[in-house]
Structures are given as C-alpha cells and as structure tokens.
Design a protein around this ligand. Sequence first.
Ligand code: ATP
Ligand code: MG
Length: 352
Amino acid sequence: MKTYRLAIVPGDGIGHEIIPAALTVLEAAAKKFNFKLVYTFYDWGAGRYLREGAFMPEDGLDTLKGFDAVFFGAVGLTAVDDTLPAKLYTFKVRTAFQQYVNYRPVKLFKGLESPLRNKTSQEIDFVVIRENNEGEFVQSGAFFRPESPEGLATDTSIFTRKGIERVAHFAFSLARKRRKKVTNVTKSNTLIHSLKYWDAVISEVGEQYKDVTLEKMYIDNASANFILHPEYFDVILTTNLFGDILSDLGGGIMGSLGLGGSGNINPEKEFPSMFEPIHGSAPDIAGKGIANPVGTIWSGALLLEHLGETAAAGDIVGAIEAVFQQGIKTVDLGGTARTEEFAEQVIQALNQ
Ligand code: ATP
Ligand code: MG
C-alpha cells in the first residue's frame, strides 16, 4: 500500500479546528482509495513564538525536508500583536523549499451563491498561479531611512529569467489540461523594467505552447474583470504581489474567505510542497468550533493531487459540492453547521 508521510502544522487560532476536521476527510479518502497517510504534528506558529521566541525551531526546515508534504493551518497573532512578522514564517518555507508556484483555484461550488449577482458555477472556475519566490516580496535591497532629511523608504523587486520561466511553464502546462488560456496579469505599462521583462519572458515561454492562447491584462483592468466577467479567465499567471491580492479577491467572489484552498508547490518534488487555506487564523472566531473547514479540506485535496492521488482529490472536491447542494453550510455562509459536522457530511458524501 502506498504510504505518504505528512508534516502537520495546525499553527494558530482556527488552525487547531480546521486541520483536525480536514484530516478526518483525508483519512476517509485514504481508506476509499487504498493508500496510507502517516502524520507527525508540529506545534509551530505564533503561539510558539510567544512561548519560545521563534515560530519554529532552528532546524525546522531540516525536519520538514524528509516529508512528502506539509499540511498547514494558519499562522497569525493579529489579536495579540499585529506587528509580529507572522507571515514571514511561511515565506521562509516557501523560498527554502523552492515552492515557486502558488496554486489557488477559484470556483463557485454548486449550491452556493456568489456575491456577484447572476453568476453561475460554470462562470466562476479559474486558477490563479502566483509566482511565489521572488518579485515584490524578496525583501532585498530595501531602504528605510525615515529620519534622513529627505525621508526615504524603498522596496526592490527582483525578477529573474529562471524564476519567470519556471512558473510560466507550470501555468502553460496547467492550461493545457484546462481551457487552454493563460492570462498574464501585469503592470508593464508603468513598471517598465521589471514587468516588461516579465512579459517578454512569458511570451517566449508561450511560444513553446502554441495550443494555448496567451493574453496580457493589466492588474487594474483584471481586478474589474474579476467582478464583471470572471468567466473570461482560465489560468491567471501573475507576480507575487498581484497574485496575493487577486487570490483573496478570488476567495471573495467564491462567497467566503473560508472556502479558498492553496498549494505552495515545488513541481520538481525536490522538496516537500506545502498546502494551506488562503485565510488566516481568524482570531475572532477561534475556539468556537464554527470555522468553515472547506478551504483546508480543499487544500488537502490539492495535497493528494500533488502526491499523485488524483482520483481521491477529485472525489473530495465533488463531496464538498454535494454537501453544499444539500443546503448544508457553515455560519460564514449563512448556515448553522459546525466545523466537525461539515467535515462529517463531506465524509458521508465521499462514501456514497
Ligand atoms: P491573520 O492575522 O491570521 O490573517 P486575520 O484577523 O486577518 O488573522 P483572517 O483569518 O484573515 O483573520 O480572517 C478575516 C475574516 O474572515 C475574519 O473575520 C474571520 O473570522 C473570517 N474567516 C477567515 N477564515 C474563516 C473560516 N475558515 N471560516 C469562517 N470565517 C473565516
Ligand atoms: Mg488575514
């Protein structure tokens, strides 16, 4: 029997509720599809930071290296101290493990309503591919001299040919399995050095995928089109910063931030990939047992897909949809189901 070793990091806040709920669903899928999951839990996150002064131990990355994948809840301490660099913790894993693809599917589940009036589930079904290792978030070459006479602060973006090419190859290959369209979301009309280069390298890579249509759209226009014409999009290929924003907007048009799943993927599988919901630790609802587990369950499905368990992944997403079609929803979507109850329903649908 195939066995996969997973590192489980629930993190903070609702991470402690949604991760166990999602694991019950993954377990059920493993049973149905005849593979085995072995977990090791790690108590890393902002809670650990408060106790021990660091989000994870010094050898944390080495510890993770031996796993097939990392399943991650949420890290965040906004409720306690919002100046703590909580997000940097995941950023470190993303770069150290060359998880250069951030994969975020956006889809309106049947049985749910989008805040966009009259849009159907056929019309909201696309994937945001965000470059995850460089660009605007490199935190290199920055100046912060507010006390200087001129008052000065800068951030430098870094884009490399290798960095652009590899994420572009991933996006074009993905488009081949979907509706064969890549929309490059850029702002090369004003970021005339870095993003002009980004556009040029993407066009070059696109030459190798003649069967895929490549289009360019500026981020401002793309944001409007997310709301007005989401049906226009298939695969969106964009930079670290723009992808960060667009994927939350994607979560919004799905109906709740609690629905979005994501993968930080190292396609070559040289290092483990990391899967996590798009939302944060939601301190306002933590401990109440009412968090929506769908973003985490869906992230778990993406994890299984990455490991090659494609059928299990597809069935999990189908089961989530079947539950929504029965009218069962968590509180954020206007329903009454609790976190565990919802997961239990997904398992029942999976076993039908
Ligand atoms: P963090 O610093 O961890 O990002 P945050 O305060 O920004 O914390 P988010 O987790 O980003 O909180 O959540 C923003 C809002 O969305 C909160 O009101 C939260 O309750 C809600 N929310 C987020 N995730 C879920 C979920 N899974 N189920 C229900 N509501 C959620
Ligand atoms: Mg947040």
